[in-house]
Design a protein around this ligand. Structure first.
Ligand SMILES: [Zn+2]
Length: 412
């Protein structure tokens, strides 16, 4: 029923990332009389900013990613050229609130009671959210805001995707922004603060609370009817029962994947949560392991207090001493390097990528690490080492065009 009324192509400003050329366009869709959806491909998933625009001004549900902040602002200005008065942040993930700060101190930001602390802990420390991005009003109970002539009911839900998700229901416009509680026709992801074991119950309770004729707008997945949301809830119940049954029969995760036990729901595996990743998520949740997070927080403070080189050594101490508290997937060092690089902490990112390549000579993120090392050395003015790293990228993947372009650009 929705109609695309405007599509703008906006060009990348500034940031360098491998393979990045033009940023995907931001599409504007009118969902109801005064409700607009700004959406774009955020890199493997759709990012949505929902705007209520009317006589009271602008209210946003989620604000988008930090590297698209200016683009989002430009597109919004084509609808109404003024800053939002209210921003509701559905949860901590960066594609929902990473651009909150672009409006400065003016808008009132509403989030869950624990959103502020979530933004200042765990892996989210690496996002280094500025103070203006933090919520001003934090809620624990259902709260109603009257804006643009309608009641907007905001209600927190128990831990599922994260432990601080908000659902935002525009009662007059008949639209419910459900964050990741429904993910359209795709499996959902589960944060370390969330709880996959609650997911089906939480999703069903949200569905039961809403009237039948409301449009469900997930944070990432396709917009859908309440009937389709019902099918999503049924999928959550059926897939978790299936994994539980096979686990009870003594089947381990690898065997479940090999036997393709969720084949009946394979259509839900088309996005960032694959069929096998969903089996792993459910199995981890059932074993209780899901609540363990990566050692991001001690690593963040180690980098700050001891410097990057020493923090890399500390990582291995943590890995041997704190295995009961954290999980330590092979990707850790490369991801810490990436997070530092993306926050412009270029020289601090280098020891992480370099040590990753030493520790995991056949690692999944080798091409990625060499490419970021190339970019890091290039931006530090060390052309020779940059070239060495871009050449290693091409050895691993002769089809990497970004690395080939860098070699011809930097080589004499
Ligand atoms: Zn999320």
């Amino acid at each position: 029923m929705s109609k695309t009324i405007l599509a703008l192509m906006l060009l990348l400003v500034g940031a360098v990332s491998p393979g990045a050329q033009e940023k995907p366009e931001i599409e504007v869709t009118k969902l109801a009389d005064q409700i607009y959806k700004l959406s774009y491909d955020g890199g493997g998933y759709t990012v949505k900013v929902i705007a209520s625009i009317g006589e009271d001004g602008i209210l946003l549900v989620d604000a988008g990613q930090p590297d698209r902040a200016e683009d989002i602002k430009a597109v919004l200005a084509t609808l109404r050229d003024e800053p939002p008065r209210i921003i509701i942040s559905t949860h901590v993930h960066v594609e929902h609130l990473g651009a909150n700060h672009m409006w400065g101190d003016d808008p009132v930001i509403i989030g869950h009671r624990t959103l502020r602390s979530a933004m200042r802990s765990g892996g989210y420390l690496f996002e280094e959210f500025p103070d203006e991005a933090l919520p001003d009003i934090m809620i624990t109970d259902s709260t109603t805001v009257h804006f643009n002539g309608e009641d907007i009911i905001i209600f927190p839900v128990p831990a599922a995707h994260t432990d601080h998700d908000l659902v935002v229901w525009f009662t007059g416009s008949k639209i419910a922004c459900v964050g990741a509680i429904c993910n359209g026709h795709d499996f959902p992801s589960v944060d370390y603060t969330g709880n996959v074991m609650n997911y089906a119950t939480v999703a069903r309770s949200v569905l039961d609370f809403l009237p039948e004729d409301v449009l469900i707008v997930p944070g990432h997945g396709a917009d859908c009817s309440t009937e389709e949301f019902g099918a999503f809830c049924d999928m959550l119940v059926a897939t978790s029962e299936t994994v539980a049954r096979h686990a009870a029969e003594g089947m381990d995760v690898e065997a479940m994947k090999a036997a393709n036990i969720l084949a009946d729901w394979s259509s839900y595996g088309g996005s960032y949560m694959s069929l096998n990743a969903w089996i792993e998520t459910l199995a981890r949740g059932m074993s209780g392991e899901q609540s363990k997070q990566r050692a991001w927080e001690p690593m963040y403070y180690a980098i700050r207090d001891r410097g990057a080189e020493a923090a890399v050594e500390y990582y291995f101490e943590l890995r041997s001493d704190r295995a009961n508290d954290y999980r330590f997937p092979d990707s850790d060092l490369a991801f810490i390097g990436y997070r530092l690089y993306m926050n412009n902490r270029i020289s601090e990112s280098i020891p992480f990528f370099e040590r990753y390549l030493v520790e995991y000579p056949d690692g999944q993120y080798n091409e990625f690490s060499y490419e970021y090392l190339g970019l890091a050395y290039e931006s530090l003015g060390d052309k020779k080492t940059a070239l060495e790293n871009f050449r290693r990228v091409l050895e691993l993947n002769p089809e990497n065009e970004a690395a080939a372009a860098k070699i011809s650009e930097l080589g004499d």
